[in-house]
Design a protein around this ligand. Sequence first.
Ligand code: ATP
Length: 361
Amino acid sequence: MHASTPLPDQRLRLERVTKRFSAHTAVDAVSLDLAEGEFFCLLGPSGCGKSTLLRMVAGFETPDSGAIRLGETDLTALPPHRRPVNMMFQSYALFPHMSVAANLAYGLKGLGLSRAQSAGRVKDLLRLVRLEGFEARRPDKLSGGQRQRVALARALAREPRLLLLDEPLGALDRALREETQGELRAIQRRLGTSFIVVTHDAEEAMALADRIGVMERGRLVQVGPARALYERPASRYVAGLLGDVNLIDGRLGRAEPGGIRSVETAFGLLRASGEGEAGNAVVIAVRPERLIVRGEEGLHGLSGLLTEATFLGDRIRYRVEMANGTTLRASAALPAPGPIPAVGETVTLGVPAESAWILPA
Ligand code: ATP
Protein backbone atom coordinates (compact mmCIF):
# COMPACT_ATOMS: atom_id res chain seq x y z
CA MET A 1 0.00 0.00 0.00
CA HIS A 2 1.31 3.48 -0.71
CA ALA A 3 0.94 6.34 1.65
CA SER A 4 -1.83 8.53 0.30
CA THR A 5 -1.42 12.29 0.34
CA PRO A 6 -4.54 13.89 1.70
CA LEU A 7 -6.48 15.84 -0.92
CA PRO A 8 -6.30 19.61 -0.43
CA ASP A 9 -9.18 21.00 1.57
CA GLN A 10 -11.74 22.33 -0.92
CA ARG A 11 -14.53 23.38 1.37
CA LEU A 12 -16.48 26.49 0.50
CA ARG A 13 -16.61 29.02 3.30
CA LEU A 14 -18.67 32.16 3.30
CA GLU A 15 -17.72 34.69 5.96
CA ARG A 16 -20.26 37.43 6.65
CA VAL A 17 -20.88 38.00 2.96
CA THR A 18 -22.92 41.15 2.38
CA LYS A 19 -24.30 42.80 -0.76
CA ARG A 20 -26.24 46.05 -0.97
CA PHE A 21 -28.05 47.56 -3.94
CA SER A 22 -28.23 51.26 -2.98
CA ALA A 23 -30.19 51.32 0.29
CA HIS A 24 -31.38 47.73 -0.02
CA THR A 25 -29.36 44.95 1.64
CA ALA A 26 -29.93 41.97 -0.64
CA VAL A 27 -27.54 39.64 1.24
CA ASP A 28 -26.89 40.38 4.90
CA ALA A 29 -23.79 38.95 6.64
CA VAL A 30 -24.23 35.38 5.45
CA SER A 31 -21.77 32.86 6.90
CA LEU A 32 -21.77 29.25 5.80
CA ASP A 33 -19.41 26.25 5.70
CA LEU A 34 -20.08 23.66 3.03
CA ALA A 35 -18.77 20.12 3.40
CA GLU A 36 -16.89 18.69 0.42
CA GLY A 37 -19.24 16.81 -1.86
CA GLU A 38 -22.24 18.29 -0.13
CA PHE A 39 -25.56 18.90 -1.87
CA PHE A 40 -26.79 22.17 -0.40
CA CYS A 41 -30.06 23.96 -1.18
CA LEU A 42 -30.73 27.65 -0.61
CA LEU A 43 -34.45 27.96 0.03
CA GLY A 44 -36.59 31.06 0.24
CA PRO A 45 -39.29 33.09 -1.47
CA SER A 46 -38.68 35.41 -4.40
CA GLY A 47 -36.51 38.39 -3.54
CA CYS A 48 -34.91 36.98 -0.38
CA GLY A 49 -31.41 37.15 -1.89
CA LYS A 50 -30.74 33.54 -2.97
CA SER A 51 -29.65 34.37 -6.51
CA THR A 52 -27.52 37.30 -5.41
CA LEU A 53 -25.68 35.04 -2.95
CA LEU A 54 -25.15 32.40 -5.65
CA ARG A 55 -23.94 35.04 -8.12
CA MET A 56 -21.34 36.23 -5.61
CA VAL A 57 -20.03 32.66 -5.22
CA ALA A 58 -19.84 32.41 -9.02
CA GLY A 59 -18.13 35.80 -9.29
CA PHE A 60 -20.81 37.68 -11.23
CA GLU A 61 -21.39 40.02 -8.29
CA THR A 62 -18.81 41.38 -5.85
CA PRO A 63 -19.64 41.44 -2.13
CA ASP A 64 -19.55 44.81 -0.38
CA SER A 65 -17.97 43.05 2.57
CA GLY A 66 -17.12 39.56 3.74
CA ALA A 67 -15.07 36.79 2.16
CA ILE A 68 -15.64 33.74 -0.03
CA ARG A 69 -13.03 30.99 0.24
CA LEU A 70 -12.59 27.61 -1.36
CA GLY A 71 -10.10 25.72 0.76
CA GLU A 72 -7.11 28.03 1.15
CA THR A 73 -8.00 30.13 -1.89
CA ASP A 74 -9.70 33.46 -1.40
CA LEU A 75 -12.16 33.70 -4.28
CA THR A 76 -13.64 37.04 -3.31
CA ALA A 77 -11.70 39.10 -5.86
CA LEU A 78 -11.20 36.43 -8.56
CA PRO A 79 -13.10 36.82 -11.85
CA PRO A 80 -15.64 34.05 -12.65
CA HIS A 81 -13.44 32.18 -15.15
CA ARG A 82 -10.60 31.90 -12.62
CA ARG A 83 -12.78 30.17 -10.03
CA PRO A 84 -13.10 26.37 -9.90
CA VAL A 85 -16.81 27.01 -9.87
CA ASN A 86 -19.45 26.82 -12.57
CA MET A 87 -23.02 27.99 -12.73
CA MET A 88 -25.99 26.48 -14.54
CA PHE A 89 -28.73 28.95 -15.35
CA GLN A 90 -32.47 28.34 -15.44
CA SER A 91 -32.62 29.22 -19.13
CA TYR A 92 -30.02 26.51 -19.86
CA ALA A 93 -28.31 28.80 -22.41
CA LEU A 94 -27.61 26.08 -24.97
CA PHE A 95 -26.63 27.16 -28.48
CA PRO A 96 -29.70 26.33 -30.59
CA HIS A 97 -27.79 26.03 -33.90
CA MET A 98 -25.19 23.59 -32.52
CA SER A 99 -25.54 19.86 -32.00
CA VAL A 100 -25.52 18.41 -28.50
CA ALA A 101 -21.91 17.26 -29.02
CA ALA A 102 -20.84 20.72 -30.22
CA ASN A 103 -22.56 22.35 -27.23
CA LEU A 104 -20.61 20.08 -24.90
CA ALA A 105 -17.33 20.47 -26.79
CA TYR A 106 -17.76 24.23 -26.44
CA GLY A 107 -17.69 23.78 -22.68
CA LEU A 108 -14.31 22.04 -23.04
CA LYS A 109 -12.68 24.82 -25.05
CA GLY A 110 -9.50 26.25 -23.67
CA LEU A 111 -8.57 23.09 -21.78
CA GLY A 112 -6.01 22.19 -24.47
CA LEU A 113 -7.61 18.84 -25.27
CA SER A 114 -6.98 17.14 -28.62
CA ARG A 115 -9.96 16.52 -30.88
CA ALA A 116 -10.03 12.83 -29.86
CA GLN A 117 -9.73 13.65 -26.15
CA SER A 118 -12.53 16.17 -26.44
CA ALA A 119 -14.74 13.64 -28.25
CA GLY A 120 -14.01 11.10 -25.52
CA ARG A 121 -14.99 13.58 -22.81
CA VAL A 122 -18.20 14.44 -24.66
CA LYS A 123 -19.07 10.72 -24.73
CA ASP A 124 -18.38 10.40 -20.99
CA LEU A 125 -20.52 13.44 -20.24
CA LEU A 126 -23.41 12.08 -22.32
CA ARG A 127 -23.14 8.75 -20.52
CA LEU A 128 -23.23 10.60 -17.19
CA VAL A 129 -26.55 12.24 -18.05
CA ARG A 130 -27.89 9.14 -19.87
CA LEU A 131 -28.01 10.75 -23.31
CA GLU A 132 -25.72 8.39 -25.24
CA GLY A 133 -26.50 8.51 -28.94
CA PHE A 134 -27.80 12.09 -28.83
CA GLU A 135 -24.52 13.63 -30.08
CA ALA A 136 -25.95 14.89 -33.38
CA ARG A 137 -29.29 16.19 -32.08
CA ARG A 138 -30.01 19.89 -31.98
CA PRO A 139 -31.35 21.31 -28.67
CA ASP A 140 -34.71 22.20 -30.24
CA LYS A 141 -35.24 18.51 -31.05
CA LEU A 142 -34.90 17.55 -27.39
CA SER A 143 -37.49 17.40 -24.62
CA GLY A 144 -37.28 19.87 -21.74
CA GLY A 145 -35.80 17.24 -19.47
CA GLN A 146 -33.19 16.24 -22.06
CA ARG A 147 -32.20 19.87 -22.63
CA GLN A 148 -31.82 20.25 -18.90
CA ARG A 149 -29.49 17.24 -18.83
CA VAL A 150 -27.37 18.60 -21.70
CA ALA A 151 -27.04 21.89 -19.85
CA LEU A 152 -26.01 20.00 -16.73
CA ALA A 153 -23.43 18.01 -18.70
CA ARG A 154 -22.02 21.21 -20.16
CA ALA A 155 -21.82 22.84 -16.74
CA LEU A 156 -19.88 19.79 -15.52
CA ALA A 157 -17.59 19.60 -18.56
CA ARG A 158 -14.67 21.41 -16.92
CA GLU A 159 -15.01 19.36 -13.74
CA PRO A 160 -15.71 22.25 -11.39
CA ARG A 161 -15.17 21.74 -7.65
CA LEU A 162 -18.47 23.40 -7.05
CA LEU A 163 -21.52 23.61 -9.27
CA LEU A 164 -24.12 26.31 -8.70
CA LEU A 165 -27.62 25.77 -10.04
CA ASP A 166 -30.26 28.51 -10.03
CA GLU A 167 -33.75 26.94 -10.10
CA PRO A 168 -32.45 24.15 -12.37
CA LEU A 169 -35.77 22.32 -12.61
CA GLY A 170 -38.02 25.38 -12.80
CA ALA A 171 -39.01 24.82 -16.42
CA LEU A 172 -40.02 21.18 -16.02
CA ASP A 173 -43.50 19.89 -15.30
CA ARG A 174 -44.21 18.13 -12.03
CA ALA A 175 -43.73 14.50 -13.09
CA LEU A 176 -40.50 15.26 -14.94
CA ARG A 177 -39.28 17.37 -12.05
CA GLU A 178 -39.52 14.48 -9.63
CA GLU A 179 -37.73 12.15 -11.99
CA THR A 180 -35.03 14.74 -12.70
CA GLN A 181 -34.53 15.41 -8.99
CA GLY A 182 -33.58 11.76 -8.57
CA GLU A 183 -31.18 11.94 -11.52
CA LEU A 184 -29.56 15.14 -10.34
CA ARG A 185 -28.99 13.61 -6.93
CA ALA A 186 -27.56 10.42 -8.45
CA ILE A 187 -25.17 12.35 -10.72
CA GLN A 188 -24.01 14.53 -7.84
CA ARG A 189 -23.32 11.44 -5.68
CA ARG A 190 -21.44 9.71 -8.47
CA LEU A 191 -19.19 12.75 -9.11
CA GLY A 192 -18.74 13.88 -5.52
CA THR A 193 -18.84 17.51 -6.73
CA SER A 194 -20.39 19.97 -4.27
CA PHE A 195 -23.69 21.40 -5.54
CA ILE A 196 -25.53 24.48 -4.39
CA VAL A 197 -29.08 24.65 -5.74
CA VAL A 198 -31.33 27.68 -5.37
CA THR A 199 -35.03 26.95 -5.15
CA HIS A 200 -38.22 28.44 -3.74
CA ASP A 201 -39.82 24.97 -3.61
CA ALA A 202 -39.48 23.36 -0.18
CA GLU A 203 -40.36 19.88 -1.42
CA GLU A 204 -37.64 20.13 -4.03
CA ALA A 205 -35.11 21.26 -1.44
CA MET A 206 -36.10 18.34 0.80
CA ALA A 207 -35.82 15.87 -2.09
CA LEU A 208 -32.37 17.06 -3.12
CA ALA A 209 -30.35 18.43 -0.28
CA ASP A 210 -28.06 17.04 2.39
CA ARG A 211 -28.66 20.34 4.12
CA ILE A 212 -31.00 23.24 3.46
CA GLY A 213 -30.24 26.88 4.20
CA VAL A 214 -33.34 29.02 4.65
CA MET A 215 -33.07 32.67 3.63
CA GLU A 216 -35.28 35.47 4.92
CA ARG A 217 -34.79 39.04 3.68
CA GLY A 218 -31.11 38.59 2.93
CA ARG A 219 -30.24 36.63 6.05
CA LEU A 220 -29.53 32.93 6.37
CA VAL A 221 -31.87 32.13 9.25
CA GLN A 222 -31.57 28.36 9.67
CA VAL A 223 -29.34 25.64 8.25
CA GLY A 224 -29.87 21.92 8.68
CA PRO A 225 -31.08 18.65 7.20
CA ALA A 226 -34.66 18.67 5.87
CA ARG A 227 -36.05 16.73 8.78
CA ALA A 228 -34.59 19.04 11.42
CA LEU A 229 -36.01 22.09 9.65
CA TYR A 230 -39.40 20.47 9.15
CA GLU A 231 -39.79 19.13 12.68
CA ARG A 232 -37.78 21.67 14.65
CA PRO A 233 -38.03 24.99 12.80
CA ALA A 234 -36.40 27.98 14.47
CA SER A 235 -39.22 30.39 13.68
CA ARG A 236 -42.76 30.65 12.28
CA TYR A 237 -41.22 31.74 9.01
CA VAL A 238 -39.18 28.54 8.63
CA ALA A 239 -42.11 26.42 9.87
CA GLY A 240 -44.42 27.88 7.20
CA LEU A 241 -41.85 27.74 4.42
CA LEU A 242 -41.19 24.01 4.86
CA GLY A 243 -44.87 22.99 4.66
CA ASP A 244 -48.37 23.40 5.98
CA VAL A 245 -48.41 24.08 9.71
CA ASN A 246 -50.85 25.08 12.47
CA LEU A 247 -49.52 27.95 14.59
CA ILE A 248 -51.25 28.15 17.95
CA ASP A 249 -50.72 31.02 20.40
CA GLY A 250 -50.18 30.06 24.01
CA ARG A 251 -48.47 30.70 27.32
CA LEU A 252 -45.73 28.42 28.55
CA GLY A 253 -46.37 26.45 31.74
CA ARG A 254 -44.20 24.29 33.95
CA ALA A 255 -41.63 21.77 32.74
CA GLU A 256 -42.41 18.06 32.98
CA PRO A 257 -39.84 15.26 33.01
CA GLY A 258 -38.46 14.51 29.53
CA GLY A 259 -38.41 18.12 28.40
CA ILE A 260 -42.16 18.23 27.84
CA ARG A 261 -43.89 21.52 28.68
CA SER A 262 -47.52 22.33 29.27
CA VAL A 263 -48.87 25.24 27.26
CA GLU A 264 -52.07 27.09 27.96
CA THR A 265 -53.98 27.97 24.79
CA ALA A 266 -57.32 29.68 24.19
CA PHE A 267 -58.98 26.28 23.72
CA GLY A 268 -57.31 24.19 26.39
CA LEU A 269 -54.06 22.83 27.73
CA LEU A 270 -51.52 21.28 25.31
CA ARG A 271 -48.30 19.44 25.95
CA ALA A 272 -45.38 20.42 23.73
CA SER A 273 -41.62 20.09 23.22
CA GLY A 274 -39.06 22.86 23.35
CA GLU A 275 -37.57 25.51 25.54
CA GLY A 276 -38.60 28.72 27.16
CA GLU A 277 -39.34 30.44 30.43
CA ALA A 278 -42.60 29.66 32.23
CA GLY A 279 -45.08 32.47 31.72
CA ASN A 280 -43.69 33.47 28.30
CA ALA A 281 -45.95 33.94 25.32
CA VAL A 282 -45.14 31.24 22.74
CA VAL A 283 -46.40 29.79 19.48
CA ILE A 284 -46.92 26.06 19.07
CA ALA A 285 -46.20 24.68 15.59
CA VAL A 286 -47.97 21.44 14.72
CA ARG A 287 -48.01 19.85 11.25
CA PRO A 288 -51.51 18.78 10.10
CA GLU A 289 -50.46 15.15 9.65
CA ARG A 290 -49.38 15.02 13.30
CA LEU A 291 -52.82 15.93 14.67
CA ILE A 292 -54.97 12.92 15.43
CA VAL A 293 -58.68 13.27 14.73
CA ARG A 294 -60.97 10.72 16.42
CA GLY A 295 -64.71 10.41 16.05
CA GLU A 296 -65.50 9.51 19.63
CA GLU A 297 -65.90 12.15 22.28
CA GLY A 298 -64.41 11.82 25.72
CA LEU A 299 -61.07 10.38 24.63
CA HIS A 300 -58.01 12.04 26.06
CA GLY A 301 -57.54 15.23 24.05
CA LEU A 302 -59.26 18.44 23.08
CA SER A 303 -62.69 18.48 21.55
CA GLY A 304 -63.79 20.42 18.51
CA LEU A 305 -66.34 20.48 15.74
CA LEU A 306 -65.45 18.83 12.44
CA THR A 307 -66.26 21.39 9.73
CA GLU A 308 -64.54 19.77 6.75
CA ALA A 309 -63.46 16.26 5.73
CA THR A 310 -62.12 16.18 2.18
CA PHE A 311 -61.15 12.97 0.42
CA LEU A 312 -57.84 13.45 -1.46
CA GLY A 313 -57.06 9.88 -2.52
CA ASP A 314 -54.05 9.09 -0.40
CA ARG A 315 -55.26 11.12 2.57
CA ILE A 316 -58.18 12.93 4.05
CA ARG A 317 -58.03 16.59 4.97
CA TYR A 318 -59.87 17.83 8.03
CA ARG A 319 -60.74 21.19 9.48
CA VAL A 320 -61.69 21.28 13.13
CA GLU A 321 -63.19 24.29 14.86
CA MET A 322 -62.07 24.59 18.45
CA ALA A 323 -64.04 26.04 21.39
CA ASN A 324 -62.74 29.60 20.91
CA GLY A 325 -63.37 29.62 17.15
CA THR A 326 -59.80 28.77 16.10
CA THR A 327 -59.67 26.42 13.11
CA LEU A 328 -56.99 23.72 13.04
CA ARG A 329 -56.01 21.79 9.93
CA ALA A 330 -55.36 18.06 10.20
CA SER A 331 -54.73 15.32 7.68
CA ALA A 332 -54.78 11.56 7.97
CA ALA A 333 -53.28 8.97 5.65
CA LEU A 334 -55.73 6.68 3.83
CA PRO A 335 -56.77 3.95 4.23
CA ALA A 336 -57.62 5.05 7.77
CA PRO A 337 -57.33 2.50 10.58
CA GLY A 338 -60.73 3.37 12.08
CA PRO A 339 -64.03 4.93 11.04
CA ILE A 340 -63.82 8.35 9.42
CA PRO A 341 -65.79 10.98 11.34
CA ALA A 342 -68.44 12.97 9.50
CA VAL A 343 -68.70 16.73 9.10
CA GLY A 344 -70.80 18.18 11.91
CA GLU A 345 -69.63 15.62 14.47
CA THR A 346 -67.83 16.58 17.65
CA VAL A 347 -64.39 15.05 17.47
CA THR A 348 -61.43 14.60 19.76
CA LEU A 349 -58.14 16.07 18.67
CA GLY A 350 -54.96 14.40 19.86
CA VAL A 351 -51.80 16.54 19.87
CA PRO A 352 -48.73 14.37 20.58
CA ALA A 353 -46.31 16.38 22.73
CA GLU A 354 -43.27 15.40 20.61
CA SER A 355 -45.01 16.78 17.49
CA ALA A 356 -45.96 20.10 19.06
CA TRP A 357 -42.95 22.39 18.82
CA ILE A 358 -42.55 25.51 20.95
CA LEU A 359 -41.44 28.70 19.16
CA PRO A 360 -40.91 32.18 20.53
CA ALA A 361 -44.02 34.31 19.95
P1 ATP B 1 -35.84 35.20 -7.22
O1 ATP B 1 -36.15 33.79 -6.83
O2 ATP B 1 -37.05 36.01 -7.59
O3 ATP B 1 -34.71 35.35 -8.17
P2 ATP B 1 -34.02 35.73 -5.08
O4 ATP B 1 -34.30 35.24 -3.71
O5 ATP B 1 -33.05 35.00 -5.88
O6 ATP B 1 -35.37 35.91 -5.86
P3 ATP B 1 -32.42 38.04 -5.61
O7 ATP B 1 -32.58 37.92 -7.07
O8 ATP B 1 -31.13 37.64 -5.01
O9 ATP B 1 -33.58 37.25 -4.87
O10 ATP B 1 -32.76 39.53 -5.17
C1 ATP B 1 -32.67 39.99 -3.84
C2 ATP B 1 -33.08 41.45 -3.76
O11 ATP B 1 -32.10 42.27 -4.38
C3 ATP B 1 -34.38 41.75 -4.46
O12 ATP B 1 -35.08 42.70 -3.71
C4 ATP B 1 -33.94 42.33 -5.79
O13 ATP B 1 -34.90 43.22 -6.28
C5 ATP B 1 -32.64 43.02 -5.44
N1 ATP B 1 -31.69 43.00 -6.57
C6 ATP B 1 -31.13 41.91 -7.14
N2 ATP B 1 -30.27 42.24 -8.12
C7 ATP B 1 -30.26 43.60 -8.16
C8 ATP B 1 -29.56 44.58 -8.95
N3 ATP B 1 -28.67 44.22 -9.87
N4 ATP B 1 -29.83 45.88 -8.71
C9 ATP B 1 -30.70 46.27 -7.74
N5 ATP B 1 -31.39 45.41 -6.97
C10 ATP B 1 -31.17 44.08 -7.16
